[in-house]
Ligand binder design. Structure first.
Ligand code: NAD
Length: 299
């Protein structure tokens, strides 16, 4: 492997240490409320990681889990009580929500000073306008921290962001422009995908498509940030034939990003792995946002 590994897991630990020190002695304790509707298995796993990290650093984390068939008004009523509760400093929604709910309306209902995901229009506008006190969506903030930690220059670099979602692609593109990068956003309707990537110094991919980036997409000087999280089945051929496992055992599942790591890590200058790259950075950044929101509220 030629590439430097941008180790989000290690940086997550470093941030955890730093936050533990900062959270120590804070009264009341910074508190995050996580709202989930339904029982999505991936959401359960993400929430579990947030609770674990938050508890480790000394935050209070409440997980409010509504049943799948919960109506809009019930969720809004709950948010309303959290919005005005002085013991609550951060509120996030764990998406996806079931179809009967209007997620945009629910997110917008969160008190912007407690919006630690940075998704309300007031916070998005601050990011748009490059205001110092903008709460940057956690995944985007994590990408920036990872690049900065490894002293990868953003200013004057050409950044190609793959994906244009409100959650990852768009805020990441804006944050990169704010840091004086020249940014191109590509998506599933982009015509000359490969040519666009050729121009990049930094490729940030958030498409949710395994194997989207292969060896013929990259060059040696490039830095690749893989935000994608995809669960794939390990092929049956790759399993140990000599093992005694019963034939009916379900196929093993594996977490991969958008990048073919084995190929691309042979070529590029630096790469974030999946798992162990952007995922742990998102969790750590969320609690940095909680501290920022807390300080704004306890003055
Ligand atoms: P999304 O489905 O809302 O958006 C995906 C974007 O990728 C779309 O804009 C689409 O146009 C683009 N896209 C899809 N296929 C493409 C293709 N073949 N070529 C080019 N562009 C393509 O997803 P999202 O919420 O933005 O999440 C993207 C990925 O990032 C998912 O895998 C998600 O699980 C992951 N994610 C990771 C973290 C983390 O902490 N690491 C956080 C959030 C999301």
């Amino acid at each position: 492997m030629n590439a430097q590994i941008l180790d989000g897991k290690a940086l997550n630990k470093k941030i955890a240490k730093d936050l533990t020190k900062q959270f120590r002695g804070l009264t009341p304790k910074p508190k995050l409320v996580i709202i989930q509707v339904g029982n999505n298995a991936e959401s359960n796993a993400y929430i579990g990681r947030k609770i674990k990290f938050g508890t480790k650093i000394g935050a209070e984390v409440e997980h409010k889990k509504f049943p799948e068939d919960t109506g809009q008004e019930e969720v809004l009523n709950f948010i309303s009580t959290q919005n005005t509760n002085p013991k609550v400093h951060g509120i996030i929604t764990q998406l996806p929500f079931p179809k009967q709910l209007n997620k945009d309306r629910i997110i917008e209902f969160i008190n912007p000073t407690k919006d630690v995901d940075g998704l309300t229009s007031k916070n998005i506008k601050k990011l748009w306008e490059n205001k110092q006190d903008a709460i940057i969506p956690a995944t985007t903030k994590g990408i920036i921290s990872l690049l900065e930690h490894y002293r990868i220059q953003i200013t004057r670099k050409k950044v190609v962001v793959i994906g244009r979602s409100s959650l990852v692609g768009k805020p990441t593109a804006i944050a990169m422009i704010n840091r004086d990068a020249t940014v191109t956003v590509v998506h599933k309707s982009t015509k000359n995908f490969k040519q666009e990537l050729e121009q990049a110094d930094i490729i940030i991919t958030a498409a949710g498509k395994p194997n989207l980036i292969r060896k013929f997409h990259v060059h040696p000087h490039q830095v690749v940030i893989d935000v994608g999280i995809n669960v794939i089945e390990k092929s049956l051929e790759s399993r140990d034939q000599s093992s005694e496992k019963p034939a009916e055992e379900p196929p093993k599942r594996k977490l991969v990003g958008d990048v073919n790591f084995a190929e691309v890590s042979q070529i590029v200058a630096a790469i974030s792995p999946v798992p162990g790259g952007c995922g742990p950075m998102t969790v750590a950044s969320l609690f940095q946002n909680l501290l920022q929101a807390y300080k704004n509220q306890i003055k």
